[in-house]
Design a protein around this ligand. Sequence first.
Ligand code: ACM
Length: 269
Amino acid sequence: MRAGFIQFTPVLGDIEQNILKICKLVDRTDADLVVLPELCNTGYHFTSRQEIETLAERIPYGKTTEALYQMAKAKGVYIVAGLIEKSGDQCYNASVLIGPAGYIATYRKIHLFFEETLWFDPGDREPAVHDIGICRVGLMICFDWIFPETARVLALKGADVICHCANLVLPYCQEAMVTRCLENRFFAVTANRTGTETQRGKSLHFTGKSQITGPDGSILCRGGEASEESGVVEIDPTLARNKAINPYNDVFGSRRIEYYEELMKQRPR
Ligand code: ACM
């Protein structure tokens, strides 16, 4: 299968313009599964809960999900994209998985970063894996990368390909995803955004360099720092089902879970 990312610079607060751009970029990308950045239809640098509420959409009935579905159907592609989900009074930093036959799943970011913690409600569900036929997809969003538990849970649930929508401002994630892939033996598609957003004198710069990483930690494709582009590679997702490191060691089978009890506790001693 062909897995890909799209990286670009969304316009802060302009959903209509962003949807048009996203559709154009998806149309130009020849892939079976394509991942877009976190909050790709709204931009990122918010300064109030009210802004978030204005831009939030119901999933799957909102205009972004609908536009993505029309693209998925027309192109025969699976799409993962980040947006703000409105559910009751809650607003989540979410990603959707949509296929040619319609909406499949939503993930609500469980590890909110920096001022996101002021504006968004934290995800309230376990990260899940979705079998789309061509592969098993695990969803995570941006800062989830710094918690190895997120990737491990998805791996243990059978993910072949992690679809990682991102708005990265720290420089470490792309290298860290090499380790996440090595320790879990899955593929990861990190779709990051580009550009700078300035609000009330504070700037956030997004680092681009979207990346597709293989189960052996190899970087299969990496985008530029500032360019709007897509990257696509041919992958065999079944390679992610072999967890052996060598005939004696296996990233799942060689674990000594009887010695990991601390992991289940909320606070370190
Ligand atoms: C991030 O989680 N957007 C850094």
